[in-house]
Write a protein that binds this ligand. Structure first.
Ligand code: SF4
Length: 475
């Protein structure tokens, strides 16, 4: 693409747009029967750090004659140049325009990415609304956490993948391949067939009526063979399900530039604001042995010197001790760093602290979410101040002096006392440090991070109001 090499010289971070990284998957176009463009509606640095996309990219490319490629949203400087030089949105691996692909899949991770997702349809050169795209246009699919609440963006996509995709999307790809092979493929026939697969919602096959306030009044399939309820897909066994062990190693720095090793899915807790805790149920764990084997393979295939054990709440992982023992056996001599994000203060033990001391993690992060016990109880956080103090004491005893605390503003029933409680709690953490007769040499550092509560669908707080900008600024 001649124009591309010209414009890359005039945009920031050209490494976002070149592809060609170690670990990317290239296939012979002549041997491929189905092409999928996997779009992430955010920058390369964020998209490359998303484990879900990495899993789906690998799972789809496992099918020999299916080629799945990556697409990220261009930064405004690149978008401007692409428009100036008439370059439509293209896939990183082949540089082919995505409007010529069979399926364009988009991962909707958070509501704030909706405008970017829609803009990517525009940049591809396709009509925005599903109803305006003809039979020859690619099938536009959306998935990810936001797909659990598909209606707000239902007009833009032909089909939604509800739930986990590593088994569902290959099934969908096989269906399309079969219909193309036997000559029965038209977009509408395919969508009708796809609606019979578990975990797929085809908005054009349902009659949805709304109440005046925008809530759904009725939801009925328009044909007898279309299911009344769409059930989410889940992977039942993480030990045997697909997991990518050949990570793509980016040329430029990304947000999570390390091995991301998924330990378990779901969360045993039920915090009332948390969508992930609700929609990723039930809890499914990987065994320590499988985890260790995958870690070794990923290290051999990438050369990364850091492994992050990812989950929603790592200290709730029942095989954590066994897994860290197995991992430390070979990562320590190789000086590979193990990191354990997402710790819960109430399941933070001396044993875990000892592991973390060995894994060279500089600071620890806990999320009390609210400053008072009353509000923590209201959001079902199930965390007491004594749990937090116990956890930070263990951290200080283990030689750590940096603690990060995450809170939220604007939670339902919040009062100014709860907000003041945030600083009181943070001060108690500092006091806990100075109460210790023997302290780490470095001075204590307590970082308080406060984000805003956003009511999320499928949570008990889904209908709670969100604070206005003025209210949040005042708080
Ligand atoms: S906030 Fe954390 S602990 Fe609570 S339900 Fe969500 S993931 Fe689980």
């Amino acid at each position: 693409m001649q124009n591309l090499s010209t414009i890359l010289k005039s945009v920031s971070k050209p490494g976002r747009y070149t592809g060609g990284e170690f670990g990317q998957i290239i296939k012979d176009k002549k041997k491929v029967n189905l092409r999928i463009a996997f779009c992430f509606p955010d920058t390369y640095e964020i998209g490359m750090s998303n484990l879900g996309v990495r899993i789906l990219y690998g799972a789809l490319n496992q099918i020999e004659d299916v080629w799945c490629e990556r697409v990220y949203a261009p930064w405004p400087d690149m978008e401007e140049k692409m428009k100036e030089y008439n370059i439509p949105l293209y896939a990183l691996e082949s540089k082919d325009p995505i409007k010529d692909f069979d399926i364009i899949a988009t991962s909707l991770q958070y509501e704030l990415c909706y405008t970017t997702a829609v803009n990517m349809i525009k940049l591809a050169g396709l009509p925005l609304y599903a109803r305006d795209r003809g039979e020859d246009a690619p099938v536009l699919l959306a998935g990810g956490p936001c797909a659990y609440n598909a209606e707000p963006v239902a007009d833009f996509y032909d089909i939604f993948s509800i739930g986990e995709g590593e088994e569902a999307l290959p099934e969908l790809a096989e269906l399309m391949k079969k219909m193309k092979r036997n000559g029965t493929y038209t977009k509408s026939a395919f969508l009708r067939e796809a609606s019979h697969l578990k975990g797929f919602y085809v908005p054009s096959l349902y009659d949805v009526k709304y109440n005046e306030d925008g809530t759904i009044k009725s939801f009925e399939p328009m044909f007898d063979d279309v299911p009344k309820k769409v059930e989410k897909r889940i992977v039942s066994d993480l030990n045997t399900s697909y997991f990518p062990t050949k990570p793509i190693v980016p040329f430029i720095e990304t947000v999570h530039d390390r091995i991301m090793l998924e330990t378990f899915r779901g969360c045993i807790r039920g915090c009332r604001f948390c969508q992930a805790g609700m929609v990723f149920r039930p809890v499914r764990e990987k065994s320590a042995e499988v985890l260790n084997a995958q870690a070794k393979e990923m290290f051999e295939n990438s050369g990364y010197n850091e492994i992050s054990l990812t989950s929603l709440s790592i200290s709730d992982y029942s095989c954590l001790t066994q897994a860290t023992d197995l991992l430390l056996e070979w990562t320590n001599p190789k000086k590979i760093n193990l990191s354990l994000p997402s710790l819960r203060a109430d399941s933070f033990t001396k044993e875990l602290m000892e592991k973390i001391s060995t894994v060279r993690q500089s600071g620890l992060t806990f999320a009390p979410e609210a400053g008072t016990q009353r509000l923590r109880d209201a959001i079902n956080k199930n965390l007491y101040e004594s749990d937090l103090m116990n956890a930070v004491r263990l951290a200080f005893e283990g030689g750590k002096s940096m603690v990060k605390l995450y809170f939220m503003n604007g939670l339902p029933t919040e009062t100014y006392e709860d907000i003041e409680g945030i600083s009181v709690l943070a001060k108690h953490v500092v006091d806990e440090f100075y109460k210790m007769p023997v302290r780490p040499k470095k001075p204590v550092s307590v970082t308080v991070s406060v984000s805003c509560f956003v009511p999320k669908p499928h949570t008990p707080f889904q209908w709670e109001p969100q604070n206005s900008l003025e209210e949040l600024c005042e708080k």
